[in-house]
Write a protein that binds this ligand. Structure first.
Ligand SMILES: [Zn+2]
Length: 63
């Protein structure tokens, strides 16, 4: 598995579909990244499951 994976997400602010590159060598991490469309800060929670599949959850900074 490549350490870097591109995952599709939907911005919680503007609803646009964008993709983010995540580092799958880390089991789970949470960080903030600005939406490339509306530039608002999305909180990304990235985790890798038991079968090495990366997942990403996205929410607004205020949740
Ligand atoms: Zn957006």
């Amino acid at each position: 598995m490549d350490a870097l994976e591109t995952l599709p997400i939907r911005c919680p602010y503007c609803g646009e579909r964008i993709s983010v590159v995540v580092d799958c060598s880390v089991e789970s991490q949470e960080y903030t990244e600005d939406c490339e469309v509306c530039c608002q800060p999305m909180v990304l929670k990235v985790y890798v499951d038991g079968e090495d599949n990366p997942h990403v959850e996205v929410r607004t900074e205020n949740d």
